[in-house]
Design a binder for this molecule. Structure first.
Ligand code: ADP
Length: 912
């Protein structure tokens, strides 16, 4: 009984310990048992002391001890009385004796009772002993099953064996408690899993609400487009924030899922350990397991709590952002509604329409518009046509002429307010590019398309063009038969889109294989090749039955279109269109013996005349002259160049231009600001903008590395030049610039190739000369990607042209923050204004210019640029930023083209 009580006490203590402290060692277990045993012995020896615990057995022990002590006390009294009798009290009264006897009897009675109780107690002890023996037997069996312990027997056990037996028993108890404890932990883990499951559910809900938000984004996008750019930015900032938040939450959830997996692992381990606990010697593993499991449980608990906290804070943050986002969204929607209401209210008052009617009447009376157009416009105003309202509202601040033109666009027959414009050209960027012509076709085409016109482009199908730049290229199921050299030849027609523009590619089935030459120009039969192409292009339009408004041809290669249209196709009834011819460079005029005109079906006799196509200085025919004579509109690519070509720059065509000056105009080219945009340019190492120039220096460092140039001095200026190496471009000044830059301590990168073998060889020699100089690089090839990097990396950009119809590189350079150093000629004069020229408004000054086409002129401009760069870095930075912000887009120039197209189209309508 004492053993089991002690063991029970020890077991209870062990459980308590397990719950609060690390698991005891086996030695500590034994100590605890010994301590527990001591009070038992003490209680037995000092029976009179009050029990420490009021267990039934202890109470019983206490009561027996008192009775025994009391019995002891009575017998002492009697002994004392007897001696008194013997010591002079012989006359003890009988009564007293009787009393004594009675007391003795009572005492005997009490003793008997005590004996009976003792017997009962002994009986109980025997029963308890038997029960204990049974327990011992069970333990023996269990232990013998583990195979590790000797068999125990109550009989013949030594003290040491009994002690060991007690220890084992206690360990068993401890293990039982431990397993119970682990089970409790497993329950906790299951609960943890449940909460993770809940979190996963929350995530799913969040996902669903995100999807809803995405729908809301899409639905709200149209509203957003009506709002100003500032609000748009705020919107996207919100969207980006939400996206970031979603990503973080998703990461958290993923993290939680990982932990969940960890829990599964852990649970597996616990299960395995439990199994091995049952199967192996428990006492050898228990401590290790307890330690291991406790540590794992603790770390998992901590991990889970941290994760839980983080997820909740993320969810809170996310919820907060959603609320904020909804607020912003509803605010924006309200503003949008307000704006559209204002817009609506602005357009609707009768007074507004009355004013429009009066305006139209005024123009009609002043003969600014025809009666026919006035009638159409009046009817539109009467019907309160929204297109008129839009045109009027968006023309605020415009000159009257522009307003009239924008109204006239709507007076065109049919429903579309735009024009049908077809460009016929030999190049188009990026699919077939040699120089600036290619950029103009795509840039102008895109800008005109954006303004609501139907723009189509017809190109030769060159074998060497960049096919990967064409979307949806496919051959049509028709063959266009076209005249050439007295025969009809089939032509395959391919279609596809480039930069969003619809393109027709013509593939001649002519034995001359005109566009299978692995190059664009420079073939012995170029005149034939392009006269053939011009004829098929018109044939295609004619056969398609289109009612085109404007046919725009470019340079000598497609100049044939103008006389062909008026002399051949107009006679066939294909005459709705008006012809616009742009000469991008009067250096190239397309001359040939007169009879060569006949190849494409032109009447040589009819055209070989001084007022038609005969060249002004020799007996050949001149196709550019023919286009000037036969086109309705003639343009060139900058106002200054338009002036220059009226004299010397006309290369013999100045007189023709003077005769046709009424239809001749110079319109400055723009650049395609989508293609040339440093903040989105995919060819750059780092994109950048005027407000964040870090990327510019990063690109400079990257280019230096790429070209194995010195990177020792980050602020060493880098001078760039990208050009065709032809005399027009000032080849001698480009060569001089290389040496001058080296002398000034700068770096120089040239990207260019030459169709002129001598020039190509000369530059190869220079490249060789500088091949070990880490500050100079000459890359004598055509490389579009590299050109983007050079624009971005260079600090200065030279264009020392002898003449330059427009020039695009100076504009592209400025857009990339590279300050131009140019000769004042042609389009360079219209786009670069000297930084030190006080006669020019300061806000326009954007580069360094020189006039005389000599080395001194060039040196003075380059030295001034170097001076500012080195000595006034702040001023330089402002100049760079200013240049980057200049609007060189096609917007303005395309409007000018649209304007002249409109007038020509209106005249065409008036003529029919
Ligand atoms: P041009 O039309 O007389 O050649 P422009 O300045 O009008 O001169 O246009 C030249 C165009 O060709 C620019 O877009 C320029 O970047 C590009 N270009 C010229 N040479 C190269 C080259 N070697 N590699 C890549 N692009 C070039």
């Amino acid at each position: 009984m004492a053993c089991s009580a002690a063991a029970a006490a020890a077991g209870a203590g062990a459980t308590a310990l397990l719950c609060r402290r690390p698991a005891p060692s086996l030695i500590a277990g034994r100590n605890r048992l010994a301590v527990s045993r001591r009070p038992r012995h003490r209680n037995l020896r000092t029976g009179a002391q009050p029990p420490q615990k009021s267990t039934p057995s202890a109470n019983y022990r206490y009561r027996v001890n008192i009775q025994r002590d009391r019995a002891g006390a009575s017998s002492d009294d009697e002994d004392q009385q007897e001696s008194e009798d013997e010591n002079g009290l012989p006359n003890i009264q009988l009564e007293e004796l009787v009393g004594m006897i009675q007391n003795t009897e009572k005492n005997i009675l009490l003793l008997n009772q005590a004996r009976l109780q003792a017997l009962e107690r002994a009986d109980k002890i025997l029963k308890e002993k038997e029960a204990l023996q049974q327990e011992v037997n069970i333990l023996e069996i269990k232990l013998s099953e583990t195979g590790a312990q000797p068999k125990l027997s109550s009989k013949g056990m030594s003290d040491a064996e009994a002690l060991e037996f007690d220890v084992l028993k206690e360990e068993n108890m401890l293990l039982k408690d431990d397993i119970t404890f682990f089970k409790a932990k497993l329950i906790e883990i299951t609960e943890t899993e449940e909460s993770l499951f809940k979190l996963e559910k929350e995530r799913a809900l969040l996902d669903a609400s995100l999807r809803e938000l995405e729908c809301a984004f899409i639905a709200a996008q149209s509203d957003m487009l009506k709002l100003g750019p500032m609000q748009h930015d705020a919107w996207w900032e919100k969207v980006e924030n939400l996206e970031e938040l979603l990503e973080t939450t998703a990461n958290q959830v993923e993290h939680a899922a990982l932990i969940l997996d960890g829990y599964h692992d852990f649970q597996d381990k616990v299960d395995k350990l439990e199994a091995s606990l049952g199967a192996r010697n428990i006492s050898e593993f228990c401590l290790y397991l307890v330690d291991l499991l406790k540590k794992r449980v603790k770390s998992i608990e901590e991990h889970f709590q941290a994760c839980n906290r983080e997820m909740h804070s993320q969810i809170e943050l996310y919820e907060h952002s959603i609320v904020e986002f909804h607020d912003t969204l509803s605010k924006l929607i309200k503003e949008s509604e307000k704006k559209s209401m204002e817009h609506y209210a602005e357009g609707m008052p009768s007074e507004f329409w009355s004013r429009i009617s009066l305006l139209i009447d005024g123009w009609s009376l002043e003969k600014k518009i025809s009666n026919n157009d006035a009638n159409i416009l009046r009817e539109m105003a009467w019907k309160r046509d929204n297109r008129l309202r839009e045109a009027y509202l968006s023309s605020r601040g415009m000159a009257e002429r522009e307003l009239i033109d924008s109204f006239l666009k709507m007076a065109l027959p049919g429903t579309s307010s735009g024009l049908h414009i077809v460009h016929i050209a030999a190049e188009m960027a990026p699919v077939a590019k040699v120089g600036g012509l290619a950029d103009v076709i795509s840039g102008l085409g895109k800008a005109l398309q954006k303004k609501g016109n139907l723009v189509e482009i017809i190109l030769p199908k060159y074998d060497c063009m960049q096919h990967n730049q064409i979307n949806n290229l496919k051959v049509l199921d028709v063959v266009v038969q076209s005249y050439f050299e007295g025969n009809m030849f089939a032509n395959k027609i391919w279609t596809g889109t480039v930069e969003g523009l619809p393109i027709y590619f013509i593939e001649p089935q002519h034995p001359g294989k005109f566009f299978w030459r692995a190059q664009y120009y420079g073939e012995h039969d170029d005149f034939k090749r392009f006269s053939y192409f011009s004829r098929v292009a018109l044939e295609l339009l004619y056969q398609s039955g289109k009612k085109v408004d404007i046919i725009h041809c470019h340079d000598w290669q497609t100049a044939f279109v103008a006389p062909l249209y008026w002399d051949v196709y107009a006679n066939l009834g294909f005459n709705s269109a008006r012809i616009c011819f742009t000469c991008h460079n009067f250096e190239y005029q397309g001359t040939a013996p007169a009879q060569d005109l006949a190849y494409c079906g032109l009447d040589v006799e009819h055209l070989d005349r001084p007022d038609r196509m005969r060249d002004n200085s020799h007996g050949r025919i001149n196709v550019v002259k023919g286009a000037i004579v036969y086109s309705n509109i003639v343009t060139t690519v900058s106002p200054t160049y338009a002036q220059e070509v009226r004299s010397e720059g006309g290369r013999g065509l100045q007189d023709t231009l003077k005769i046709h000056s009424k239809k001749f105009v110079g319109i400055l080219n723009g650049i395609d600001t989508d293609t040339w945009n440093p903040s989105t340019d995919r060819f750059l190492k780092v994109q950048y903008s005027a407000n964040d120039l870090y990327g510019k220096s990063a690109n400079k460092a990257a280019l230096r590395k790429q070209l194995k140039m010195s990177s020792a001095n980050a602020s060493q200026p880098l001078v760039g030049c990208i050009t065709r190496l032809v005399p027009q471009k000032g080849v001698h000044l480009i060569r001089h610039a290389i040496y001058k830059t080296a002398e000034l301590g700068g770096q120089f990168v040239l990207l260019g190739s030459s169709p002129v073998p001598n020039i190509q060889r000369e530059f190869e020699g220079i490249a060789d000369q500088f091949k070990n100089n880490s500050n100079i690089r000459l890359l004598l090839k055509y490389d579009d990607a590299l050109s983007h990097m050079i624009f971005a990396a260079s600090d200065m950009f030279i264009v020392p042209s002898m003449f330059e119809p427009c020039g695009l590189t100076q504009m592209i350079a400025m857009r990339y923050g590279s300050v131009p150093v140019v000769r004042k000629t042609g389009g360079l004069n219209d786009s670069v204004f000297d930084f030190d020229d006080e006669t020019i408004p300061i806000e326009l000054r954007n580069g360094f210019t020189f006039s005389k086409a000599d080395e001194q002129g060039f040196d003075s401009a380059l030295e001034r640029a170097f001076n500012y760069y080195h000595r006034k870095p702040e001023v330089w930075k402002q100049l760079v930023q200013k240049d980057m912000k200049i609007d060189f887009s096609w917007d303005t120039s395309a409007s000018q083209y649209e304007d002249i197209y409109q007038r020509a189209a209106a005249r065409a309508r008036a003529a029919t």
